[in-house]
Design a protein around this ligand. Structure first.
Ligand SMILES: [Zn+2]
Length: 113
């Protein structure tokens, strides 16, 4: 159910941005959602259609970018994914966490030119 509040927040941020640029409409909203946030993209999309009605965000494309947990191997520089993957699949060295999968933010709000 927290997708409802998450979606409200996305729309609030997007409409704020549109207002700052005096744009009555929004083309596209890009949101980054980490895989460990527990946020279900389909639910966000569902609430978005409902909550965006009669706002500048109505009709905007909601683009959700899933963000996996990522680690970078210092030894061979390969990047690997997975919440429970600690060591590099290439060389077996422990990787350094570079994306923790708990991200949630509005990356961009695209307005008409
Ligand atoms: Zn490696």
């Amino acid at each position: 159910m927290h997708e409802y509040y998450v979606t409200e927040e996305i729309i609030r941020i997007a409409c704020e941005t549109a207002k700052q640029h005096q744009s009555p409409v929004i083309n596209r909203i890009t949101v980054v959602v980490g895989e460990l946030t527990g946020i279900v993209s389909e639910s966000v999309e569902f609430y978005f259609d409902v909550l965006a009605r009669d706002t500048a965000a109505e009709g905007a494309i909601l683009h959700i970018v899933p963000q996996p947990v990522s680690r970078l191997c210092r030894h061979c520089q390969s990047e690997f994914h997975g919440a429970n993957a600690w060591v590099c699949p290439e060389c077996g060295e422990p990787g350094e966490l570079i994306k923790n999968g708990r991200e949630f933010y509005v990356e961009s709000v695209d307005l008409p030119d």
